[in-house]
Design a protein around this ligand. Structure first.
Ligand SMILES: CC(C)(COP(=O)(O)OP(=O)(O)OC[C@H]1O[C@@H](n2cnc3c(N)ncnc32)[C@H](O)[C@@H]1OP(=O)(O)O)[C@@H](O)C(=O)NCCC(=O)NCCS
Length: 186
């Protein structure tokens, strides 16, 4: 179940009246920074830009080219230490619907991987060390160390009791099948 909150509005077409719902200036400024950031190749610079909008971005998190964060409520997005957000990933914290506007936080845990072109819907938590396959649509929580693929993303493997350390020394649970963390030849 996603953590969504409905914003009460009497507007018949909320998407046409987004300034009344979210204000005019802040989303406009966020849109400018976020769309500029899509083309910034330096992770540190991009992280600073996103933090400036209120996103919580952990150390060594990396956001790929073309990734788009929600322009209305970027402050509801948190990305954990060492997490990887792939090319063209979309992270939403709002959704306009015929019956109104909903918002919800998105939490991406330490060391998680969101594959290229995935879409993360508002109100979900992606656990530490979880992996989301490229092209997936995340419409529900993914547990720590879980792997999820497809549309909607289905968890194909539960958390396993194995751990790895991030560059900052955090220990995060990982999936045993995660090929990127298999032991490298010495
Ligand atoms: C999550 C990911 C890393 C998993 O890779 P992996 O551990 O090598 O997984 P495998 O290739 O062994 O695939 C395991 C199973 O999942 C399936 N699978 C892999 N990726 C999938 C995807 N994106 N969507 C649906 N199914 C997928 C495979 O077909 C395989 O199924 P099978 O067991 O029935 O044969 C990979 O799917 C992925 O998304 N890579 C992109 C990473 C990325 O975008 N990084 C940031 C930008 S560089």
């Amino acid at each position: 179940m996603r953590r969504l909150q409905r914003i009460e509005t009497s507007l018949p077409h909320p998407m046409y009246a987004w300034p009344k719902v979210f204000g005019l200036l802040r989303p406009t400024a966020c849109a400018f920074v976020i769309f500029l950031g899509r083309y910034v190749p330096w992770p540190g610079v991009k992280n600073a830009m996103l933090r400036g909008l209120g996103c919580r971005i952990g150390p060594f998190a990396a956001v790929g080219l073309g990734a788009t964060f929600d322009i209305f409520r970027p402050d509801l997005i948190s990305v954990g230490t060492g997490a990887i957000i792939g090319y063209n990933v979309t992270i939403l914290t709002h959704e306009f619907r015929p019956d109104g506007v909903y918002v919800g936080p998105v939490e991406i845990g330490d060391g998680a991987l969101i594959g290229a072109n995935a879409t993360v819907l508002a109100g979900v938590r992606i656990g530490a060390g979880a992996q989301v396959g490229a092209g997936a649509v995340v419409a529900g929580d993914i547990p720590d160390g879980g792997r999820a693929f497809g549309v909607p993303a289905r968890v194909v493997e539960e958390a396993r009791d194995s751990w790895r350390s991030t560059p900052t020394g955090h220990s995060i649970r990982r999936s045993r099948k995660a090929s990127s963390w298999r032991r490298r030849p010495t």
